[in-house]
Design a protein around this ligand. Sequence first.
Ligand code: FCB
Length: 443
Amino acid sequence: MLPARAQFPDGFLFGAATSAYQIEGHGQGGAGRTHWDDFAETPGNVVRAETGAKACDHYTRWPADLDLIAGANLDAYRFSASWARVLPDGRGAPNMEGLDFYDRLVDGMVERGLKPALTLYHWELPSALADLGGWRNRDIAGWFADYAEVLLARIGDRLWSVVPINEPWCVGWLSHFLGAHAPGVRDIRATARAMHHVLLAHGRAIQAMRAMDQPNLGAVCNLEWADPADASPEAAAATARYDAIYNRWFVDAIFRGEYPALALEGLGPHMPAGWQDDMVVIGTPVDWCGLNYYTRKLVAPDPGPWPHYAEVEGPLPKTQMGWEIYPEGLEKFLLRTQAEHARGLPIYITENGMAEAGPPQAQGTVEDPARIDYISRHLAAVQRAIAAGANVQGYFCWSLLDNYEWSFGYEKRFGLVHVDFDSLKRTPKSSYHALARALARND
Ligand code: FCB
């Protein structure tokens, strides 16, 4: 059973989140090619080599999708813009059709009383910039700030908030060390550069937006609680290294202007020269801190090269992604973030949710009881953290719609709303209806 709106502090925001490449249908509207198209068309990277060319066709169906958000009694919509839809080559001439699209979309949110929460980059780098080295190239920070200016000059006046980059860990580590996301690189030098440049781009965009008087600027990082796989000192050390790379590198840089020593042990020798001089730009103050939280990991030592750790399968119940369900990790992160990073700034949970397979039933309903349970338990963790003093001001479900789940193609279903990827028909799931009931205003 989901807790009712009245069980949260006054003004607490509830929202749903999506991202451009995962729902829009990138093949339409004059958008430029992205490195996700290139990655997906390379054999072995994505289930069935699926791309975001059609996705949920949100590009044409957006009015009905915004109606769904409003119909769930949500207050805010966290969406992203595609850099290559705005600037097909990443720089230079804008695609007016793309700017018109985001303009209409934001108007549509405002008309429905939804607060528009924009993310500028949720991973679809224009291929033309990938050709120039993408996140390895320091110049990307300037290109990104220029893109922010072009888009915000058009839609900035109606936005509730703006975040430069979704989950910089995924841009840096997942995409350049683990090679699991575009551009699929596995190289420590590329990783160090990407992990630094993504933060420099964040800082430069924040500065550009401040100069435009754009209000309510935030940062969104993904965190995974790390527990040692056993009681040995080696497992504890491996877990601390994992925590430094995953859960501290980005928030330490943005909120404290420093990198954790345990991560610099391995990345330091590969960092671009003079990186220390960028820490002031990277630490440019923001107005709030966003956390994306899904799961925890068990970590064991590994004899291989740095970072000398391996993930071990844990015993807890798992989602369709194989991710353990561990709401306590969210509570611990909210308290840690409050104490060590946000330090009084508002904290938002900008993504939380689970993948659960569930086909529509004959009577046209989709039952997803595990999702209702997952959201309930995580909201209870939020309530505990608030009671313990964390300044949490909102919660966004990932995701509104079943969508393109990156290297998993269309196989993993995170939506409150089921999407049939042949007919593109939307069917709200039982979790959607439960949320709408819990969030109904009685005034
Ligand atoms: C997050 C991403 C989002 C989606 C969810 C499941 O890391 O921000 O696009 O893939 O995970």
